[in-house]
Design a protein around this ligand. Structure first.
Ligand SMILES: O=C(O)CCC(=O)C(=O)O
Ligand SMILES: [Fe+2]
Length: 265
């Protein structure tokens, strides 16, 4: 497989990474009526900062500590210290299990979160994603100094995400250096100016990704920024926005929650 050295900027600082996968110019079908509602809401940047719904961080911190204990019998008080006590084989088991998290694990509390996000975005939202035939609530773990993060991507290249809004929530706020990077306005880029892999066509290190990796725009490296988020904030963004490459430049493990909500036209 072809391996290409890619340069990506985050807040003006360049980083090199190796991508295994074939690259070609992008194309994309027309946005769905549901996605059009998201685009109307997120404006020219493609994302908005909203307040994190009450109790999410608390409930999810508890949930992670409990799962880590169930799987490894190790007791952790602060999820930020995860990397210091969990070894690689335990980590692989943990992420496998965390991948199976569902809204149902949080009962009625999760409906309250959806209602708060509906209120703040002014969109009618439903956790059940018709094209996926289930809900999507995913805990992402990025240990400091490791390549646990996904490559820059647009989730909307996968049809299952055509009708959703993405919500990204830091579960342990570690300041600016742990916020997920994105390219403001990239949802408006002409597709033929984007170079990317196909679905299931990207491998970075030992990880393979379903979502296509985006590597350049108009023949130039991506210039990503970490948006300004305070401790009580989260991001609501269109899946057509280029984001990811969440290098963790802190000394702690960064846990974030991503969930996707279907937009009802
Ligand atoms: O947490 C990250 O760095 C990536 C999250 C992501 O790709 C998403 O929320 O869609
Ligand atoms: Fe994503």
């Amino acid at each position: 497989m072809t391996e290409t050295a890619i340069t990506t900027f985050v807040d003006g600082k360049s980083r090199e990474w190796l991508l295994a996968g074939e690259l070609s110019r992008s194309s994309y079908e027309a946005v769905s009526p549901a996605q059009q509602l998201v685009l109307n809401r997120v404006g020219k940047d493609g994302y908005i900062v909203i307040r994190t719904p009450a109790s999410i961080c608390e409930v999810l911190n508890e949930y992670i500590l409990k799962k880590v204990h169930e799987i490894t019998r190790k007791r952790l008080d602060d999820i930020g210290l995860y990397h210091a006590i969990i070894d690689e084989s335990e980590h692989l088991k943990i992420i496998e299990i965390l991948r199976e998290t569902r809204f149902g694990d949080f009962d009625e509390t999760a409906s309250g979160w959806v209602a708060e996000i509906s209120d703040q975005t002014g969109l009618r939202l439903n956790p059940y994603i018709t094209r996926l035939q289930r809900d999507h609530i995913q805990i992402r773990t990025v240990r400091p100094g490791l390549t646990d993060f996904n490559p820059p991507h647009k989730d909307a290249y996968l049809a299952i995400w055509h009708d959703v809004i993405n919500i990204w929530i830091p579960l342990n706020y570690l300041g600016h250096e742990a916020i997920m990077p994105l390219c403001p306005g990239s949802h408006l880029w002409a597709e033929e100016d984007i170079l990317r892999t196909a679905a299931r066509g990207a491998q970075v290190g030992k990880y393979k990704y379903n979502v296509p990796a985006v590597v350049s725009y108009q023949g130039k490296p991506l210039r990503m920024i970490r948006p300004a988020l305070g401790p009580q904030d989260c991001l609501a963004f269109t899946p057509c926005l280029v984001h990811g490459f969440g290098v963790n430049e802190t000394q702690h493990t960064r846990f974030a929650l991503e969930f996707r909500l279907e937009v009802i036209p």
